[in-house]
Write a protein that binds this ligand. Sequence first.
Ligand code: 6GU
Length: 229
Amino acid sequence: MKFHVLTLFPNMILDGINHSIIARAIANNLIDLSAVNIRDFSSNKHNKVDDYPYGGGVGLVMAAAPIYNAYKSLNVKKGTKVVYLTPKGELFSQKKARELAKEEELILLCGHYEGIDQRVIDEIVTDEISIGDYVLTGGELAAMVLIDATTRLVENVIKEEATANESFENNLLEYPQYTRPAVFMNREVPAVLLNGNHAEIEKFRLEQSIKLTKERRPDLLNLYENCDN
Ligand code: 6GU
């Protein structure tokens, strides 16, 4: 899977995400990451990419042409999704990450300032995604969140079992985990985890998941009860 990021801060993406599992996925050619600097496609002698909003108002708007030209330079196949990261977008989810992980190639457009000229959005963008109900200074961190969540679902990046049972996959939060030692600061590992009875362990973990979800995310629990687990 190939990610192309259109951004004014390519190094934020390249330095930010090239670590740990994502770095290994890149090294193993399971994903490819390129960051294109929108500023390189400005036709202005000062490399200006933003301007005052028509109609007035605070802040600057990113102009359409440099973004469009940066997009065209990628020369992607027809049908390639272009995701604009914006607080106005659809809320990102594990389901959306699963969907995007099936794509061969993906373009991520990061905005800054007060937004992007609507006409280039209408011309090239296929999906608008937000990562939560708060405002970031730009789309780069959101793009990195999307790349991270999507990459770990790409085949062979991590063991499939590792993504099957985790939080959100079945609308339950994950059960607590323990490792050695068996006693830490007078706190013991739950005895059921030490007895080797796998049916009992599974039952305990499901109970813990349901309890935690009930306390913290009752909205998810409704989804869990209404699906066939
Ligand atoms: Cl995708 N962009 C910005 N600028 N702020 C956000 C966001 C995206 N998602 C949540 N807040």
